[in-house]
Design a protein around this ligand. Structure first.
Ligand SMILES: Cc1cc2nc3c(=O)[nH]c(=O)nc-3n(C[C@H](O)[C@H](O)[C@H](O)COP(=O)(O)OP(=O)(O)OC[C@H]3O[C@@H](n4cnc5c(N)ncnc54)[C@H](O)[C@@H]3O)c2cc1C
Length: 460
């Protein structure tokens, strides 16, 4: 990359973006990092704020001629360093491209600019029977960031992750091609699927300028069960049994007992768990069931309660509405709790559900071997666990994390279930990718972004 100073490129950029659209000099600290715990901040050359896809295309053209890297940024809530700047590049913040372009209740879609946040979309849909079901814990995250990371979250077991809920995109590739993919239809067999290719590409292939999402109908009724387990094996068996019986909870999460206590305290919510149950519990399941009718809900509830008993759940609490929302909020905020408590690394490995018991036991022994404290929570219904690692020695902590990821991939899993690779997991990802597949990924990158302008040093 060329070594430009911001003052040298400012005049050129003003012509492309307009003066107000550029920040240089005192770049606010927020733009120097995302929320990945283990990465230091980096000062970029500057931050630009495009307001239209034409401007994005002009920016890519300018960056290409000047050989300046572009790092896309939504809200910077990513947990893998994907939006972390590079020293000789510009941060492209999409926060000014934040318009909801249309909501179509007939085709059940919403068309939004990439800087629209999940909270904004939820608010816009509030008066309708529809909602956007992808629910990563942080509602300030943008749709563009969700697309680039293929964000998942708590409702993926029933509703799928971002890639199951995005029908089309508008984008500008690193080579300057401005294009659209997909449309307001729910199926297509019309050639290579560029929408799906770009979802999860972490801003390394194209800058996304518009997102077309599908909407779902809201359920009429719901309930949340908190179920305690003495050991992880019983908990894992209970998880597997639920979809095996044909049930699809809208939330199926696990929280280790220490984690639940900290989260509930942090969020100021009382769950009514008795002291003797808390004392003998290793972990809890949070199971939210929802339905269009009371009859369906009570049928699901009976089935799940039966399965929890079969798998030795020691106690089940049916939460009232205040507790239900309090616990979901506390779970959403789990990251802030473990960050405040000093976690060094958070892993988000994913394994087949059938391998959860092996992962729980193996991860605990990897942590013990490396003198690292491990506290787990996560989307266990998807086989996706969030393991927070705490250690005074970062080298030991890293060794524990590496061993856990190797274990997960050796039992049929993958490095990241939803947070993406970015910088934080790049080394682990590259080690695990078989050379033929890695070769294909590099070939795709070179077609979309031949000069490696977009998010260099991330993912690949
Ligand atoms: C408290 C908390 C809880 C979370 N819980 C979850 C969870 O349950 N599930 C989950 O999946 N994630 C979760 N996350 C992670 C995070 O919210 C998601 O990764 C989210 O998708 C990031 O969105 P963002 O707008 O903040 O993107 P950023 O962090 O700004 O960027 C993420 C990536 O997207 C790229 N990007 C951003 N915008 C564009 C664009 N327009 N075009 C191309 N590339 C772009 C960036 O370059 C980067 O690689 C959580 C984070 C926090 C802080």
């Amino acid at each position: 990359m060329a070594k430009y100073t911001m003052s040298a490129i400012k005049a050129d950029l003003s012509a492309v973006m307009g003066k107000e659209a550029i920040l240089n000099g005192n770049i606010p600290e927020a733009y120097t990092h995302d929320e990945a715990l283990e990465l230091d901040p980096i000062d970029p050359l500057g931050v630009v704020f495009p307001t239209s896809d034409e401007q994005v295309a002009d920016l890519v053209d300018y960056a290409s001629h000047s050989n300046i890297a572009l790092v896309a940024r939504g809200s910077g809530t990513g947990l893998s360093g994907g939006a972390r700047p590079v020293t000789d590049g510009l941060v492209v913040s999409f926060e000014h491209m934040n318009r909801i372009l249309s909501i179509d209740t007939i085709d059940q879609t919403a068309r939004v600019e990439p800087g629209v946040t999940l909270a904004q979309l939820e608010e816009a849909l509030a008066g309708t029977p529809y909602f956007y079901p992808v629910y990563p814990g942080e509602m300030s995250a943008t749709l563009g960031g969700n697309v680039a990371t293929n964000a998942g979250g708590m409702r993926a077991m029933k509703y799928g992750v971002t890639r199951h809920n995005v029908l089309g995109l508008a984008f500008v590739t690193g080579s300057g091609i401005r294009a659209r993919s997909g449309g307001a239809y729910v199926k297509t067999s019309s050639g290579y699927d560029l929408t799906q290719l770009l979802i999860g590409s972490e801003g390394t292939l194209a800058l996304v300028t518009e997102v077309l999402v599908r909407l779902s109908l809201r359920a009429h009724t719901r309930t949340l069960i908190l179920a305690s387990f003495r050991n992880f094996e019983d908990l894992a068996n209970a998880v597997v049994s639920i979809p095996e019986r044909g049930l699809l909870p809208s939330i199926l999460e696990y929280v280790e007992a220490t984690g639940l206590a900290a989260m509930a305290q942090h969020a100021g919510v009382s769950l009514g768990v008795s002291a003797n149950v808390a004392a003998t519990t290793s972990a809890y399941l949070m199971i939210e069931l929802e339905a269009m009718s009371d009859e369906d809900l009570s049928w699901q509830l009976n089935e799940v309660m039966g399965l929890l008993n079969v798998h030795h759940s020691t106690e089940q609490y049916l939460l009232d509405e205040g507790q239900r929302q309090g616990l979901i909020n506390a779970r959403e905020a789990a990251f802030w709790t473990v960050k405040a408590l000093g976690a060094t690394i958070i892993l988000d490995t994913v394994v087949p559900r059938s391998q959860l018991a092996t992962l729980f036991a193996g991860a605990a022994s990897c942590a013990r071997e490396h003198d690292t404290l491990l506290v787990g929570t996560g989307h266990v219904g998807d086989g996706n666990v969030h393991l927070s690692l705490f250690a005074s020695d970062p080298v030991e902590c890293h060794a524990a994390a590496t061993a856990i990821v190797h274990l997960a991939t050796s039992i049929g899993g993958a490095v990241s279930g939803e947070h993406g690779i970015g910088v934080a997991k790049r080394q682990l990802f590259l080690e695990q990718e078989p050379p033929p597949r890695l070769g294909l990924l590099h070939s795709i990158k070179s077609v979309f972004d031949p000069d490696n302008l977009l998010n260099p040093g991330k993912l690949l």
